[in-house]
Design a protein around this ligand. Sequence first.
Ligand code: DX5
Ligand code: ZN
Length: 221
Amino acid sequence: KQPCIIAPSILSADFARLGEEVDRVLAAGADWVHFDVMDNHYVPNLTIGPLVCEALRKHGITAPIDVHLMVKPVDRIIPDFAKAGATLISFHPEASEHIDRTIQLIKASGCQAGLVFNPATPLAYLDHVLDQLDLVLIMSVNPGFGGQSFIPSALDKLRSVRERIDRSGRPVRLEIDGGVKADNIAAIAAAGADTFVAGSAIFGQADYAGVIAAMRQAVAA
Ligand code: DX5
Ligand code: ZN
């Protein structure tokens, strides 16, 4: 099993001092920066784009930036994010006209590729592409907003994807996003996740290091 990754979602950070917030959360022990991109079209909210990703790199952030695209169309923004310093780029199959092509585009741009499943999106989308993916992201809320509650059916989904990944024998990361807290992360890890996005649970507390340590402890237990 791969080491656990904690990826705070900066959607819940203070955008007026984003550089400082990201510095703080990385100093507090975060592994990746989870970067939520929303377009007010595929999802009903509007957030940040490649300019902000580039600004974080210019600010001196060297940690992996895990870009979660909730945009439609998806292809034309991919090269911009690669140039802006994205490490991983994940997208929703419903937002792509040609899923295989989008994966190839991400890889040709020099980034790692992830596919994202909404709570009601069937895992059949994995059938012909799992061998090309670096990450599978299971949404445990409907995308668009931070601070929603964890949808329990995501646990069954994690177990199914964990089986598929193990059968593939490839080091594909299994990421969970939405409503992850220190008190449910153990069950989420037991269902097979190894990469944990958390927004409000981390940025909603004063002590980022305390929350991240509690999460790691719960995963290891
Ligand atoms: C939702 C985003 C999540 C969100 C998670 O569309 O993809 O990354 O910020 O926030 P919490 O952890 O508060 O559910
Ligand atoms: Zn996300």
